[in-house]
Design a protein around this ligand. Structure first.
Ligand code: ZN
Length: 168
């Protein structure tokens, strides 16, 4: 078998795939390659959410697609145990206590956790430690703009190297 037709080259495992994308949740744009440039990743290694990776399999350069991803194949369903109430007195006065405000908290070992204020009560604040997109259905518009085989070094490192990238 020969593989003369470059045009038919499509996304398969261990390719470095470059995509332009827009992610909408509840009708609003929450992430877009227009904000920070196209995304390059190694296909088939679980580096992007499963529901999107699955749909990119077999796409060609220049092809675009609309993809709807369920929470189960996106950022997961919301864990009810990840809602935790803390006394209001534990929050420094510099923090605005309002639903939707995102916070970073660290425990005694220095581990940092991201949380969103879910509810403010009289004496306590309910924090949501779920990923902000957990439980959400994701609507992607995605276009493949680049495709090549990953180098052995990239596969060994588990990430994409840009040109002129000489790190070890
Ligand atoms: Zn590397």
């Amino acid at each position: 078998m020969s593989d003369k037709s470059e045009a038919k080259r499509t996304v398969r495992d261990n390719d470095v795939v470059t995509i332009e994308y827009t992610l909408k949740v509840d009708g609003e744009v929450v992430d877009s390659s227009e904000q920070h440039g196209p995304l390059s990743y190694i296909h088939g290694q679980g580096h992007i959410i499963p529901g999107l990776e699955k749909e990119l399999q077999g796409m060609a350069v220049g092809e675009s697609k609309e993809v709807t991803v369920s929470p189960e194949e996106g950022y997961g369903v919301e864990d009810p145990n990840a809602f935790i109430a803390l006394p209001k007195s534990e929050f420094p006065p510099t923090i605005t206590l309002e639903p939707g405000v995102q916070l970073q908290l660290s425990d005694q070992s220095g581990q940092v956790y991201n949380a969103t204020i879910h509810e403010v009560k009289d004496d306590s604040v309910v924090l949501n430690f779920n990923h902000p997109l957990a439980g959400k259905t994701l609507h992607f518009t995605v276009k493949v703009v680049g495709l090549r085989e990953a180098t052995p070094e990239e596969l060994a490192h588990g990430h994409v190297h840009s040109e002129g990238d000489h790190h070890h």
